[in-house]
Every structure is written in C-alpha cells, then in structure tokens.
Design a protein. Structure first.
Length: 195
C-alpha cells in the first residue's frame, strides 16, 4: 500500500481497510523474533496509516501474540503514537520558555478556538492536527508556531486565520479556517508570520 501525500508532502491519514491489515502482517513478519519488536512495528504501522486504529492495534497484538491491553498501554504511554487520524497539516505551537513567556500559551488557546480542537486532536475535515512543541530554535522571535515544515515567528493571535489560510485543504469545509479567512497573507512572514 502506498502512503498518500498532500501538496506539501505531508503524510495523509488513511482509514485502514481490511486489505491493509496485510500490510500490518508484513510489518510484523519483518520484526518477528526481534527483542522489543513492538515499538518498531507500531512506528511502521503508524507511518503506513497515519495513525493506529483499534483494528490495527488488535491485529498487531494478535500477530505478536500479546494482549491487546499491552499494546494499547505502549501506544498510550508514548506521545509519538496517535490513535486518531492525522490532519493533512500539522500545526505545532511552541511552549518552550521563550515562547511561553511571550504569549505562546495564549496563541495556543486561540488556535484551539480557531480550529475547534484541543491539543492532540484533528479537525473534523482532517485539514489540521494541533500539537505542542518545546523550542524550535527560533526563541529570539517568539512566539513561534510551525505548520508542517514552515516556521512562523512573532505569531499574533489576531493573525491566526491569515496564518492558516495558505494551508487550506482540498476538502475545505464551510466554517473552517480557510473558508472563514480569505484575506491575503504570505507564508514565512513575521506578521503571524515566520522566518
Ligand atoms: S522557546 Fe519557542 S522557539 Fe525556542
């Protein structure tokens, strides 16, 4: 199964289909007999599907002959793993010290309102996933938000819709950020803004 990519080269979350479970089987077989095989199997499964569905977790547990609860425990322990579909774009708000003291927390709260999701969640149209980060190396121009690989510096809460608008998804829905904001904006500017 090929992993689909959007225009920005970002992995697009896919609903695992029954046939896709064969992909899980192949991943498991590649790691069978290895000590600590569960983690690399989960990593590769998430890379293949964009997230770890209940169906995939149960299949991995069955193939590795371990309790589903054990696999689920590992998935929930590591923040890297996600059990919800990922959006086409990943928005990461820096909450490192420099960004935090320069309104990073407020930017995060306003992004949650703008997108209608909390940290770790994906918008209903699967356009955006919201995450937090701990320093993107641009502290001097805090607060910083990354969208995919784009670093936006000196982000202002009043400019969040303009910041998100260029990433409007093909399945844009009425009421989504791209639908609500059609104002002109540039990526990588400092007006909400980036490097
Ligand atoms: S603390 Fe946010 S970029 Fe360094």
């Amino acid at each position: 199964m090929e992993q689909t990519k959007d225009h920005a080269g970002v992995s697009e979350a896919r609903e695992p289909e029954s046939d896709d479970l064969l992909v899980v089987d192949r991943i498991v077989e590649r790691h069978r007999g290895e000590q600590g095989a569960l983690i690399p199997v989960l990593q590769k499964a998430q890379q293949a599907f964009g997230y770890l569905s209940t169906e995939v977790i149960e299949r991995i547990a069955a193939r590795l002959e371990m309790p589903v609860s054990q696999v689920t425990g590992v998935v929930t322990f590591y923040s890297y793993f996600t059990t919800t579909p990922r959006g086409e774009n990943t928005v990461r708000v820096c909450l490192g010290t420099a960004c935090y003291v320069r309104s990073g927390k407020q930017v995060l709260e306003d992004l949650e309102k703008t997108l209608g999701v909390s940290v770790g969640e994906t918008t209903a149209d699967r356009c955006f996933s919201l995450e937090i980060g701990r320093c993107f190396g641009a502290c001097g121009l805090a607060p910083v938000v990354m969208v995919n690989d784009d670093v936006h510096q000196r982000v202002k809460s009043t400019k969040l819709r303009e910041l998100l608008e260029p990433y409007g998804c093909s399945n844009d829905v009425d009421g989504g950020p791209a639908a609500q904001s059609r104002g002109s904006t540039e990526r990588n500017s400092t007006s909400g803004g980036s490097a």
